[in-house]
Ligand binder design. Structure first.
Ligand SMILES: Nc1ncnc2c1ncn2[C@@H]1O[C@H](COP(=O)(O)OP(=O)(O)OP(=O)(O)O)[C@@H](O)[C@H]1O
Ligand SMILES: [Mg+2]
Length: 237
């Protein structure tokens, strides 16, 4: 089986800072895979490279066999790689509905958009309740749901999430991760970047641990969950 996304030898630098130092990973269609690591390990940088927002110094990123490093960000979005940015990046002065509609701005299939909007609102009933509220008045958890909902309206083929658990209470994190599992159950492939190592490994089938720009562990998520090195370094164990 060829992977949906295949990354090889990816290197990304900011000037002299080598944030990502030659990493390899892949994601098969239908999976949830996670890249976990501490502050500053290189997780967001990896996602920015996938989305074309930073040009890698070396390496290849293949999506369905096509090299993405030669494409512009908007072309990568057209291929269906849709990123939910760290810190949510919703438009606070627009309503929930307007934010969701923005997710679909590139699409012309009006009736399909309406169906997808309904689906998103059934996945996130809180958004339905607050559909006419200003996004800036939502709680942190609701804003994260909105950011994910908006990404879903872009019809992703691969959903990229940058620390959706950040700053949220554990019960909200569980709710959001449960919803990610449901979305995945509907067939969407997900690449999840997280510092919340335990929760991320619980929802994923396969995990990569990144430290100082290098992948140091690569295994089935349930193996990593019980790996003493992972427990000691990331789970307060
Ligand atoms: N715009 C930038 N300019 C210079 N250095 C940067 C920039 N963005 C990130 N870095 C550095 O690159 C390295 C990787 O950062 P990155 O943001 O990818 O980490 P991260 O794993 O996403 O961390 P966090 O969990 O805190 O979000 C760090 O050393 C960071 O200081
Ligand atoms: Mg980050």
């Amino acid at each position: 089986m060829t992977a949906l996304l295949e990354v090889k030898g990816l290197e990304v630098s900011y000037g002299h800072i080598e944030a990502v130092q030659g990493i390899d990973f892949e994601i098969n269609a239908g999976e949830i895979r996670t890249l976990v690591g501490a502050n500053g390990a290189g997780k967001s940088t990896t996602l920015l490279a996938l989305s074309g927002l930073i040009k890698p110094k070396a390496g290849s990123i293949r999506f369905e066999g096509e090299e993405l490093t030669r494409l512009k960000t908007h072309q990568i979005v057209e291929r269906g790689l849709i990123q939910v940015a760290e810190g949510r990046a919703i438009l606070t002065t627009l309503t929930v509905r307007e934010n969701l509609e923005l997710g679909a701005y590139r699409r012309k299939d009006r009736s399909a958009i309406a169906g997808d909007l309904e689906r998103v609102l059934s996945l996130f009933p809180r958004l339905q309740e607050r559909i006419d509220a200003l996004a800036g008045n939502l709680s942190g958890g609701e804003q994260q749901m909105l950011a994910i909902g908006r990404a879903l309206l872009a019809k992703p083929r691969l959903l990229l999430l940058d620390e959706p658990s950040m700053g949220l209470a554990p019960i909200i994190v569980q709710d959001i991760f449960r919803t990610l599992r449901r979305i995945n159950g509907d067939g969407l492939t997900i690449f999840l970047v997280e510092q919340n190592v335990r929760q991320a490994l619980k929802v994923a089938s396969h995990g990569y641990v990144i430290e100082s720009g290098r992948i140091v562990l690569n295994d089935a998520a349930n193996k990593l969950l019980s790996d003493p090195k992972v427990v000691a370094a990331y789970m307060g164990g």
